[in-house]
Design a protein around this ligand. Structure first.
Ligand code: KG4
Ligand code: ZN
Length: 344
Protein backbone atom coordinates (compact mmCIF):
# COMPACT_ATOMS: atom_id res chain seq x y z
CA UNK A 1 0.00 0.00 0.00
CA UNK A 2 1.23 3.54 -0.91
CA UNK A 3 -0.12 6.37 1.24
CA UNK A 4 0.30 10.02 0.24
CA UNK A 5 0.53 12.20 3.39
CA UNK A 6 -0.22 15.92 3.59
CA UNK A 7 0.60 18.20 6.54
CA UNK A 8 -0.63 21.82 6.62
CA UNK A 9 -1.58 22.43 10.26
CA UNK A 10 0.65 25.48 10.76
CA UNK A 11 3.53 27.03 8.83
CA UNK A 12 5.11 24.06 7.04
CA UNK A 13 3.77 22.38 3.92
CA UNK A 14 4.88 18.76 4.29
CA UNK A 15 4.18 15.89 1.93
CA UNK A 16 5.41 12.28 1.85
CA UNK A 17 4.71 8.80 0.57
CA UNK A 18 4.77 5.92 3.06
CA UNK A 19 4.60 2.33 1.81
CA UNK A 20 4.48 -1.19 3.25
CA UNK A 21 8.29 -1.10 3.01
CA UNK A 22 8.63 2.17 4.93
CA UNK A 23 9.09 5.80 4.00
CA UNK A 24 9.59 6.25 0.25
CA UNK A 25 10.09 10.01 0.04
CA UNK A 26 9.22 13.27 1.75
CA UNK A 27 9.37 17.00 1.04
CA UNK A 28 9.05 20.02 3.28
CA UNK A 29 8.49 23.66 2.50
CA UNK A 30 8.90 25.96 5.51
CA UNK A 31 7.14 29.32 5.56
CA UNK A 32 9.47 30.60 8.32
CA UNK A 33 10.80 33.51 6.25
CA UNK A 34 7.24 34.62 5.37
CA UNK A 35 6.27 34.88 9.04
CA UNK A 36 9.63 36.06 10.43
CA UNK A 37 8.86 39.70 9.60
CA UNK A 38 5.78 39.53 11.86
CA UNK A 39 7.50 37.74 14.76
CA UNK A 40 5.08 34.80 14.62
CA UNK A 41 2.73 32.85 12.36
CA UNK A 42 0.10 34.94 10.53
CA UNK A 43 -2.75 32.44 9.92
CA UNK A 44 -4.06 34.04 6.71
CA UNK A 45 -0.59 34.11 5.14
CA UNK A 46 -0.06 30.49 6.17
CA UNK A 47 -3.27 29.37 4.42
CA UNK A 48 -2.45 31.26 1.24
CA UNK A 49 1.06 29.82 1.11
CA UNK A 50 -0.25 26.26 1.53
CA UNK A 51 -2.60 26.89 -1.42
CA UNK A 52 0.33 28.06 -3.55
CA UNK A 53 2.65 25.19 -2.65
CA UNK A 54 0.60 22.03 -2.27
CA UNK A 55 -0.39 21.10 -5.83
CA UNK A 56 3.04 21.76 -7.41
CA UNK A 57 4.81 19.89 -4.60
CA UNK A 58 2.58 16.81 -4.96
CA UNK A 59 2.81 16.87 -8.76
CA UNK A 60 6.62 17.06 -8.62
CA UNK A 61 6.88 14.30 -6.01
CA UNK A 62 4.70 11.90 -8.00
CA UNK A 63 6.63 12.64 -11.21
CA UNK A 64 9.99 12.12 -9.46
CA UNK A 65 8.82 8.79 -8.07
CA UNK A 66 7.26 7.79 -11.37
CA UNK A 67 3.94 7.26 -9.62
CA UNK A 68 0.41 8.08 -10.75
CA UNK A 69 -3.07 7.85 -9.27
CA UNK A 70 -3.15 4.09 -9.91
CA UNK A 71 -0.24 3.47 -7.52
CA UNK A 72 -1.56 5.59 -4.63
CA UNK A 73 -3.86 3.57 -2.37
CA UNK A 74 -4.91 6.22 0.12
CA UNK A 75 -4.46 9.83 1.15
CA UNK A 76 -3.73 10.98 4.69
CA UNK A 77 -4.07 14.61 5.75
CA UNK A 78 -3.80 16.49 9.03
CA UNK A 79 -7.38 17.08 10.23
CA UNK A 80 -6.37 18.84 13.48
CA UNK A 81 -5.36 20.28 15.84
CA UNK A 82 -3.94 23.41 14.22
CA UNK A 83 -4.90 26.64 12.47
CA UNK A 84 -8.41 26.28 11.04
CA UNK A 85 -7.66 27.91 7.67
CA UNK A 86 -4.39 26.06 7.17
CA UNK A 87 -6.03 22.73 8.07
CA UNK A 88 -8.88 23.43 5.64
CA UNK A 89 -6.46 23.92 2.74
CA UNK A 90 -4.82 20.53 3.30
CA UNK A 91 -8.13 18.79 3.99
CA UNK A 92 -9.88 20.25 0.93
CA UNK A 93 -6.91 19.38 -1.28
CA UNK A 94 -6.57 15.83 0.08
CA UNK A 95 -10.30 15.12 -0.02
CA UNK A 96 -10.64 16.42 -3.58
CA UNK A 97 -7.74 14.27 -4.73
CA UNK A 98 -9.18 11.22 -2.96
CA UNK A 99 -12.59 11.84 -4.53
CA UNK A 100 -11.17 12.37 -8.03
CA UNK A 101 -8.93 9.28 -7.74
CA UNK A 102 -11.58 7.23 -5.98
CA UNK A 103 -9.28 6.40 -3.05
CA UNK A 104 -9.92 6.33 0.68
CA UNK A 105 -8.85 9.35 2.74
CA UNK A 106 -7.93 9.49 6.40
CA UNK A 107 -7.90 12.56 8.62
CA UNK A 108 -4.86 12.23 10.91
CA UNK A 109 -4.47 13.77 14.37
CA UNK A 110 -1.37 15.97 14.15
CA UNK A 111 -0.15 14.94 17.62
CA UNK A 112 -0.61 11.25 16.81
CA UNK A 113 1.64 11.95 13.83
CA UNK A 114 4.28 13.39 16.22
CA UNK A 115 3.75 10.60 18.76
CA UNK A 116 4.36 7.83 16.21
CA UNK A 117 7.22 9.64 14.40
CA UNK A 118 9.92 7.69 16.34
CA UNK A 119 8.55 4.55 14.62
CA UNK A 120 9.93 5.98 11.36
CA UNK A 121 13.44 5.28 12.67
CA UNK A 122 15.44 2.04 12.40
CA UNK A 123 15.66 1.94 16.18
CA UNK A 124 11.94 2.14 16.93
CA UNK A 125 10.31 1.62 20.35
CA UNK A 126 8.06 -1.34 21.10
CA UNK A 127 4.73 -0.71 22.81
CA UNK A 128 3.98 0.16 25.56
CA UNK A 129 5.89 3.39 26.17
CA UNK A 130 5.61 6.80 27.77
CA UNK A 131 5.61 9.70 25.32
CA UNK A 132 6.53 13.29 26.02
CA UNK A 133 4.94 15.40 23.30
CA UNK A 134 6.57 18.82 23.30
CA UNK A 135 5.69 21.21 20.51
CA UNK A 136 4.67 24.82 20.00
CA UNK A 137 1.07 24.07 20.91
CA UNK A 138 1.23 21.06 23.24
CA UNK A 139 3.20 19.71 26.19
CA UNK A 140 1.74 16.39 27.23
CA UNK A 141 2.83 13.16 28.89
CA UNK A 142 1.01 10.20 27.40
CA UNK A 143 0.89 6.54 28.35
CA UNK A 144 0.84 4.68 25.05
CA UNK A 145 -0.38 1.06 25.17
CA UNK A 146 -0.66 0.72 21.39
CA UNK A 147 -1.66 2.73 18.34
CA UNK A 148 -4.84 4.60 19.28
CA UNK A 149 -4.65 3.60 22.96
CA UNK A 150 -3.50 6.78 24.65
CA UNK A 151 -3.95 7.92 28.26
CA UNK A 152 -3.11 11.50 29.15
CA UNK A 153 -0.97 11.50 32.33
CA UNK A 154 -0.24 15.20 32.57
CA UNK A 155 0.06 18.38 30.53
CA UNK A 156 0.96 22.04 30.71
CA UNK A 157 -1.70 24.04 32.47
CA UNK A 158 -0.66 27.20 30.58
CA UNK A 159 1.91 27.77 27.80
CA UNK A 160 3.33 24.84 25.85
CA UNK A 161 7.11 24.47 26.27
CA UNK A 162 7.71 25.50 22.62
CA UNK A 163 5.47 28.52 23.05
CA UNK A 164 7.50 29.56 26.13
CA UNK A 165 10.72 29.12 24.10
CA UNK A 166 9.28 31.31 21.32
CA UNK A 167 8.03 34.05 23.66
CA UNK A 168 11.28 34.18 25.65
CA UNK A 169 13.27 34.25 22.41
CA UNK A 170 11.22 37.24 21.27
CA UNK A 171 12.00 39.03 24.54
CA UNK A 172 15.71 38.40 23.95
CA UNK A 173 15.44 39.94 20.49
CA UNK A 174 15.79 36.66 18.60
CA UNK A 175 13.92 35.94 15.38
CA UNK A 176 11.07 33.55 14.68
CA UNK A 177 10.93 30.59 15.24
CA UNK A 178 12.60 31.24 18.57
CA UNK A 179 13.27 27.78 19.98
CA UNK A 180 16.34 26.83 17.93
CA UNK A 181 17.73 30.41 18.14
CA UNK A 182 17.36 30.51 21.93
CA UNK A 183 19.00 27.07 22.26
CA UNK A 184 21.90 28.30 20.15
CA UNK A 185 22.30 31.46 22.25
CA UNK A 186 22.18 29.37 25.45
CA UNK A 187 25.35 27.51 24.40
CA UNK A 188 27.26 30.74 25.19
CA UNK A 189 25.46 31.31 28.50
CA UNK A 190 26.83 30.86 32.02
CA UNK A 191 24.73 28.16 33.75
CA UNK A 192 25.56 29.59 37.23
CA UNK A 193 24.65 33.25 36.85
CA UNK A 194 20.85 32.92 37.15
CA UNK A 195 18.65 30.14 38.41
CA UNK A 196 14.99 30.05 37.34
CA UNK A 197 12.38 27.92 39.16
CA UNK A 198 11.43 24.38 38.11
CA UNK A 199 7.66 25.02 38.16
CA UNK A 200 5.30 22.50 39.76
CA UNK A 201 8.09 20.02 40.54
CA UNK A 202 7.79 20.63 44.31
CA UNK A 203 4.36 19.02 44.42
CA UNK A 204 3.12 15.63 43.26
CA UNK A 205 1.55 15.15 39.87
CA UNK A 206 2.47 15.25 36.21
CA UNK A 207 1.02 18.59 35.14
CA UNK A 208 3.45 21.32 34.13
CA UNK A 209 3.57 25.10 33.82
CA UNK A 210 5.88 27.19 31.64
CA UNK A 211 4.44 30.69 31.54
CA UNK A 212 6.20 31.62 34.82
CA UNK A 213 9.59 30.95 33.23
CA UNK A 214 8.90 33.56 30.60
CA UNK A 215 8.06 35.96 33.47
CA UNK A 216 11.30 34.97 35.26
CA UNK A 217 13.19 35.91 32.10
CA UNK A 218 11.41 39.29 31.86
CA UNK A 219 11.98 40.07 35.56
CA UNK A 220 15.68 39.18 35.34
CA UNK A 221 16.06 41.26 32.20
CA UNK A 222 14.43 44.32 33.81
CA UNK A 223 16.45 44.03 37.03
CA UNK A 224 19.72 44.66 35.15
CA UNK A 225 21.21 48.12 34.53
CA UNK A 226 20.11 49.67 31.22
CA UNK A 227 23.52 51.11 30.29
CA UNK A 228 25.36 47.84 29.72
CA UNK A 229 28.16 47.66 27.19
CA UNK A 230 27.30 45.70 24.03
CA UNK A 231 29.44 42.79 25.30
CA UNK A 232 27.78 42.75 28.73
CA UNK A 233 24.35 42.99 27.08
CA UNK A 234 25.13 40.06 24.78
CA UNK A 235 26.36 38.02 27.75
CA UNK A 236 23.25 38.90 29.77
CA UNK A 237 20.98 37.64 26.96
CA UNK A 238 22.99 34.41 26.66
CA UNK A 239 22.91 33.85 30.45
CA UNK A 240 19.13 34.36 30.57
CA UNK A 241 18.72 31.99 27.61
CA UNK A 242 20.80 29.39 29.46
CA UNK A 243 18.87 29.78 32.73
CA UNK A 244 15.58 29.47 30.82
CA UNK A 245 16.62 26.42 28.81
CA UNK A 246 18.02 24.65 31.89
CA UNK A 247 14.77 25.25 33.78
CA UNK A 248 12.59 23.92 30.92
CA UNK A 249 14.80 20.88 30.39
CA UNK A 250 14.97 20.03 34.12
CA UNK A 251 11.21 20.45 34.52
CA UNK A 252 10.45 18.24 31.55
CA UNK A 253 12.73 15.43 32.57
CA UNK A 254 11.69 15.53 36.24
CA UNK A 255 8.11 14.99 35.03
CA UNK A 256 9.23 12.25 32.61
CA UNK A 257 11.01 10.43 35.49
CA UNK A 258 7.85 10.59 37.56
CA UNK A 259 5.70 9.26 34.73
CA UNK A 260 8.12 6.37 34.15
CA UNK A 261 8.21 5.50 37.86
CA UNK A 262 4.46 5.78 38.24
CA UNK A 263 3.79 3.44 35.31
CA UNK A 264 6.84 1.22 35.83
CA UNK A 265 7.76 1.70 32.20
CA UNK A 266 11.31 1.65 30.81
CA UNK A 267 10.74 3.15 27.38
CA UNK A 268 10.44 6.89 26.82
CA UNK A 269 9.61 8.52 23.51
CA UNK A 270 10.17 12.23 22.89
CA UNK A 271 8.64 14.00 19.95
CA UNK A 272 7.39 17.36 18.71
CA UNK A 273 9.52 20.40 17.85
CA UNK A 274 11.13 20.88 21.27
CA UNK A 275 12.39 17.27 21.22
CA UNK A 276 14.96 18.53 18.69
CA UNK A 277 16.57 20.38 21.63
CA UNK A 278 20.03 18.93 22.20
CA UNK A 279 20.22 19.66 25.92
CA UNK A 280 16.87 17.96 26.50
CA UNK A 281 17.97 14.93 24.50
CA UNK A 282 21.23 14.68 26.44
CA UNK A 283 19.49 14.95 29.83
CA UNK A 284 16.90 12.32 28.96
CA UNK A 285 19.30 9.89 27.26
CA UNK A 286 21.68 10.03 30.26
CA UNK A 287 18.93 9.44 32.76
CA UNK A 288 17.34 6.58 30.81
CA UNK A 289 20.70 4.81 30.41
CA UNK A 290 21.39 5.15 34.16
CA UNK A 291 18.16 3.36 35.05
CA UNK A 292 18.41 0.61 32.45
CA UNK A 293 15.80 2.10 30.16
CA UNK A 294 15.90 3.59 26.69
CA UNK A 295 14.94 6.88 25.10
CA UNK A 296 13.68 7.14 21.52
CA UNK A 297 13.43 10.22 19.30
CA UNK A 298 12.68 10.96 15.68
CA UNK A 299 15.60 12.34 13.68
CA UNK A 300 15.66 16.16 14.14
CA UNK A 301 13.88 16.91 10.83
CA UNK A 302 10.97 14.66 11.93
CA UNK A 303 10.76 16.29 15.40
CA UNK A 304 9.27 19.44 13.90
CA UNK A 305 6.25 19.38 11.58
CA UNK A 306 6.63 17.22 8.48
CA UNK A 307 4.63 15.18 5.97
CA UNK A 308 6.37 11.87 6.74
CA UNK A 309 4.73 11.55 10.16
CA UNK A 310 1.28 12.14 8.65
CA UNK A 311 1.79 9.63 5.81
CA UNK A 312 3.09 7.15 8.41
CA UNK A 313 0.23 7.58 10.92
CA UNK A 314 -2.25 7.51 8.01
CA UNK A 315 -0.70 4.29 6.69
CA UNK A 316 -1.27 2.63 10.10
CA UNK A 317 -4.87 3.76 10.24
CA UNK A 318 -5.71 2.91 6.61
CA UNK A 319 -4.02 -0.50 7.04
CA UNK A 320 -6.33 -1.10 10.01
CA UNK A 321 -9.29 -0.54 7.68
CA UNK A 322 -10.15 2.96 8.83
CA UNK A 323 -11.12 5.84 6.62
CA UNK A 324 -12.67 9.22 7.28
CA UNK A 325 -16.11 10.05 5.85
CA UNK A 326 -16.39 12.95 3.41
CA UNK A 327 -18.37 15.18 5.78
CA UNK A 328 -15.75 15.02 8.57
CA UNK A 329 -14.79 18.61 9.45
CA UNK A 330 -11.31 19.74 10.42
CA UNK A 331 -10.80 19.96 14.18
CA UNK A 332 -8.65 22.98 15.19
CA UNK A 333 -9.05 21.69 18.77
CA UNK A 334 -9.06 17.93 19.06
CA UNK A 335 -8.20 16.12 22.34
CA UNK A 336 -5.97 13.18 21.53
CA UNK A 337 -7.73 10.95 24.01
CA UNK A 338 -10.77 10.91 21.70
CA UNK A 339 -8.74 8.70 19.35
CA UNK A 340 -9.43 4.98 19.39
CA UNK A 341 -7.54 2.04 17.86
CA UNK A 342 -8.07 1.22 14.15
CA UNK A 343 -11.26 -0.65 13.44
CA UNK A 344 -9.95 -3.67 11.48
O1 KG4 B 1 6.12 20.36 16.39
P1 KG4 B 1 6.36 21.73 15.88
O2 KG4 B 1 7.19 21.88 14.62
O3 KG4 B 1 5.03 22.50 15.62
C1 KG4 B 1 3.91 22.35 16.44
O4 KG4 B 1 3.18 21.35 16.27
O5 KG4 B 1 3.77 23.24 17.31
O6 KG4 B 1 7.06 22.55 17.09
C2 KG4 B 1 7.48 23.85 16.93
C3 KG4 B 1 8.06 24.34 18.25
C4 KG4 B 1 8.36 25.82 18.25
O7 KG4 B 1 7.85 26.40 19.43
C5 KG4 B 1 9.89 25.86 18.20
O8 KG4 B 1 10.43 27.03 18.79
C6 KG4 B 1 10.24 24.61 18.99
O9 KG4 B 1 9.28 23.66 18.56
N1 KG4 B 1 11.60 24.12 18.72
C7 KG4 B 1 12.61 24.09 19.63
C8 KG4 B 1 13.75 23.60 18.97
N2 KG4 B 1 13.42 23.33 17.68
C9 KG4 B 1 12.09 23.67 17.54
N3 KG4 B 1 12.62 24.44 20.93
C10 KG4 B 1 13.78 24.30 21.61
N4 KG4 B 1 14.92 23.84 21.06
C11 KG4 B 1 14.96 23.48 19.74
N5 KG4 B 1 16.10 23.03 19.21
ZN1 ZN C 1 3.62 19.81 15.31
Amino acid sequence: MHVLGIETSCDETGIAIYTDNGLLTHQLYSQATTHAAYGGVVPELASRDHIRKLAPMVRTMLAEQNLGAAQIDGIAYTAGPGLAGALLVGAAFARSLAWAWNKPAIGVHHMEGHLLAPLLEAEAPDFPFIALLVSGGHTQLMQVADIGRYTLLGESVDDAAGEAFDKTAKLLGLGYPGGPALAELATRGDPHRFRFPRPMTDRPGLDMSFSGLKTAAVTTWRSQPEDLSPEADAQLRADIARAFEDAVVDTLWIKCCRALQQTNCKRLVLSGGVSANQRLRQAVTGYMASRGGQAFYPRPEFCTDNGAMIAHAGWHRLSAGEHTPLHFPVRPRWPMEELVPGSA
